[in-house]
Each structure stands twice: as C-alpha cells, then as structure tokens.
Design a protein around this ligand. Structure first.
Ligand SMILES: Cc1cc2nc3c(=O)[nH]c(=O)nc-3n(C[C@H](O)[C@H](O)[C@H](O)COP(=O)(O)OP(=O)(O)OC[C@H]3O[C@@H](n4cnc5c(N)ncnc54)[C@H](O)[C@@H]3O)c2cc1C
Length: 420
C-alpha cells in the first residue's frame, strides 16, 4: 500500500468529495481520500428500508446555490422541486398556502387574503428585495446580531415571527430560538427567493453518490479513520486510528465534520452541535396534495415541520405508497414510540386523517447535525489559523451548507495546487 502522497484528503462528505473532484479535474492524481465510514456522503446520505428511501435528516438543495452550476450540475441530480412557499398555520388549526407570487401566480389571492399582518408582509418584501440585490459574500459577513434581534429591529411582529420565521428558519438553522447570526437569515432569504428547494431524484444521498461515482476506484479508502496529524520535515504525517499505519502527505485537506476538524487540527474544544430527529411515516394514501412543506405555528407542538416527500419525489416509496417526513428539534426526552405518537397528534391537528393513515416507519436521530452558528461562535470560527500544509474545508470555513461544503472543498484543492 502506497504511504506517501502529494495530497491527502480526510473525510468523504460533500466537501472532501468536491476536493477530490477538483484535484482530478486539474490533473492531480497523486492523492488519496480517507473516510471513516464504509460509504461516502457524511451527513448527506440516503438509506433504504422496506423499499422506502430515507434521508439521514431532512435537508434540501437550493437551485440558487452557485455550486449546483459550477461543481455538481443540477441536471445530473434530476431535481424534484418543492413548491416555492409553504402551507403555513396562520391561525390555530388553519393552514394557508403562501407561495412565491411569480412562481405560483394561481396562489396570489392566498397571499392577499392571508391573516398574517399586512405590514409584516410588506416588511418581508422590503427585506427580501434588499437581500436579492446584495452579493452572497456581503450577506454572509457576520452581523454580531442574532436573527431574532434583527427581525425585531426590522419591525416584524411576534405573530409573524411565530407563524413564519420561527417554523421556517428555525427549521433551516435547527434553532427555534433564532439565535443564529442574522447574516445567515439574510443569505437564506435571498437563496429561497431567487431559487427553488429540491431533492435529487432518489434522495439527498444521490448528491454524494454522483460525486463518488466519478472518483476512480482506489482513490477513496473507506473504513479508514485518521487518529492524528503531525508536522514533520517531510510534510504532514497522518496516523490512522487502527493498525498503526502511517501516511505522509505533502499537503492535507481536512474535510471532516467540525468536531473532528477541531480535534485533528489541535483547534481545541469541538464546537457545539444542534441535534435533530426525523420521523418517517408510511401510508397507503397521501395526506395532502402538492409538493409543499407544512409549517405548524410554534405553540405547544413538538413537530417543527413536515412534508409528504412522495408528493415531491414519488420514487422515494414503493409503488402505491406514500412517505411523510416530520422533523423535530427537541424530542423532550420522549422515547421513540411516544415521540412518533406525539408528532402524529401534532400533524392530525392540521390533517385529522393522519391519526388513521400514518404508520411509523422509523425514526432517525442526527445528534450532531449543524454546528451552533450564533454570533459569538461564528466569529470564533473565522479567526482560527491552520498550520503549514493544512487546508480546512467544510462547515467552519463559512457556514454549514451544501453550497459551502462543495465550494470550500473545491477552494481547498485549488489552494493546495497553488492555483487559487
Ligand atoms: C439534518 C441536516 C439538515 C441539513 N439541512 C441542510 C439544508 O437544508 N441545506 C443545506 O445547504 N445544508 C444543510 N445541512 C448542512 C450540510 O448537510 C452540511 O453542511 C454538509 O453536508 C457538510 O459536508 P462536509 O463534507 O463538510 O461534512 P460531513 O458531511 O460531516 O462529512 C465529513 C466526513 O468526514 C468523515 N470523518 C470524520 N472524521 C474522520 C476521521 N478522523 N478520519 C476519516 N474520516 C473522518 C465523516 O465520516 C464524514 O463522512 C444539513 C445538515 C444536516 C445534518
């Protein structure tokens, strides 16, 4: 087994796979990617159960991410689009489809007759327009302010925050308190307005699989966990966790999750993470029509949002069956059975048929889904510098997103090749 490479990539999630692709694109074949798991994808994976295809946590791609033009072209993913908008619980038990007026003109009257305060809707349009005309980089500059403070400063009422911003952006950030830096709210506001949310046909894991399929056999070593990295006169010495094997690299791209990045690079304490759980239900009939995500108002309910996934991509379930995914941020310590029952009760408040139709398929916990991205944490991430020959990729480079994973992997590879 070769033990010296020009470049070693640690981690085979989207950022590591994107780095490997870029090296190959630029003619560099003297590299290896080391991945702890037996499969590629990291946090972007899809598993199969009883003929259903289940993502490890609810997530979506956005067609407005530049990486889906430059790095992983959208057409390769056969995107299945969500409706641009959501079914919003405006009043207890009452939902209305609020949709992007230009993408769904037939739903304009819903917006006009919406019970959300008119002044809030006008504020939303104003802020959205301001964000659309700013470039991504400037929107992503940390503001030092939480999303909630920013919304209040812009004049949004509690009704608007609880019926729309908390369920929607709380779900995006996995942070119901909206303590995440306001820069991310502005960035996503722009991305959701100018683009559309989608899943690749067959599930989110197809993104990782498409990239991995194009990397020659032997360039990725699975079930290979890196234990430590140290500098030597020769380059960087990589010691594997098991078997005592050592690999020398001219340069290293650390494309792991932020916890492993902190450990391997000697950064110190790993960042805190936000957890989530997804509860999957099967049914013989669909609960509602259309590719819409449902946003229950943030009251006493436990469910953050839910979506009939087979309305978006029928290939996710065996023929004639439906798949519903429901996301929970705080499981309140309930065991799986109680959690699935509570979530079903929440869904039935809006769609009473849920009680009889939905059958629990499985619950997937994601204990370390996203790093905390509040103002203090974000500014800490940006200040860290890495040793000679070490290049980071992934969440901590800019923000925890598919766009950043794909782009930071590519940027790290270009820096390694001195072509950045
Ligand atoms: C539930 C959830 C919802 C999300 N929703 C969205 C969304 O809607 N839109 C969006 O844009 N983003 C979303 N994200 C964020 C996005 O998925 C991540 O930011 C992105 O996938 C990170 O990719 P990565 O390659 O940097 O890290 P990871 O996917 O974590 O990959 C890191 C890889 O490194 C490997 N590794 C770790 N340590 C070692 C080691 N010591 N040796 C070898 N290998 C190691 C791991 O096994 C893993 O495969 C979501 C994430 C989650 C979990």
């Amino acid at each position: 087994m070769k033990s010296k490479f020009r470049v070693v990539i640690i981690g085979g999630g989207l950022s590591g796979l994107s780095a490997a692709h870029t090296l190959l694109d630029r003619g560099c074949r003297d590299f290896v990617l080391l991945e702890r798991n037996a499969v590629p994808g990291g946090r972007v994976r899809t598993v199969e159960k009883d003929g259903f295809r289940l993502d490890l946590g609810f997530q979506v791609g956005l067609s407005s991410y530049p990486a889906f033009r430059r790095i992983l072209p959208l057409r390769l993913l056969e995107p299945r689009f969500f409706g641009a908008g959501a079914l919003v619980e405006e009043q207890p038990g009452e939902i209305r489809c609020l949709a992007h007026p230009l993408r769904h003109p037939s739903k304009i009257s819903n917006g006009i007759f919406s019970k959300l305060p008119l002044a809030d809707r006008a504020r939303l349009v104003k802020q959205a327009v301001e964000c659309i005309f700013r470039d991504d980089q400037s929107l992503l500059e940390p503001t030092g302010q939480t999303a909630l403070t920013w919304l209040k400063q812009k004049g949004f009422t509690d009704a608007m925050i609880d019926s729309f911003f908390r369920p929607f952006f709380g779900g995006v950030f996995l942070d119901n308190e909206l303590e995440t830096d306001a820069s991310l709210l502005r960035y996503y506001l722009k991305k959701f307005i100018i683009g559309r949310a989608f899943v690749p046909r067959g599930g989110m894991g197809e993104m990782s699989q498409r990239l991995a399929d194009e990397i020659p056999i032997g360039k990725i070593r699975y079930r290979t966990e890196v234990g430590t990295i140290t500098h030597t006169d020769d380059g960087v010495l990589i010691s594997l966790e098991e078997g005592g094997e050592r690999i020398t690299a001219g340069k290293v791209i650390i494309a792991t999750d932020p916890g492993a990045l902190a450990k391997l690079s000697g950064w110190g304490d790993p960042p805190e993470f936000r957890p989530t759980k997804v509860i999957y239900y099967r049914s013989d009939e669909r609960l509602y029509q259309g590719p819409w995500i449902v946003l229950p108002s943030k009251g006493n309910g436990i469910v953050q949002h839910f979506v009939q996934m087979t309305n978006v991509d029928p290939s996710l379930a065996p023929k004639g069956q439906s798949l519903l995914s429901a996301t929970v941020l705080d499981d309140r310590g309930l065991d799986d059975e109680m959690l699935a029952a509570e979530v079903k009760k929440d869904i039935a408040r809006l769609f009473p048929e849920a009680e009889t139709l939905l059958e629990t398929l499985c619950i997937i916990p994601v204990p370390a889904a996203l790093p905390v991205q509040d103002p203090e944490a974000i500014s800490g991430y940006r200040q860290h510098t890495f040793g000679e020959g070490i290049f980071p990729a992934g969440d901590l480079v800019s923000n925890a997103s598919l766009q950043n994973a794909l782009q930071s992997g590519r940027d790290a590879a270009l820096k390694v090749l001195d072509r950045y």
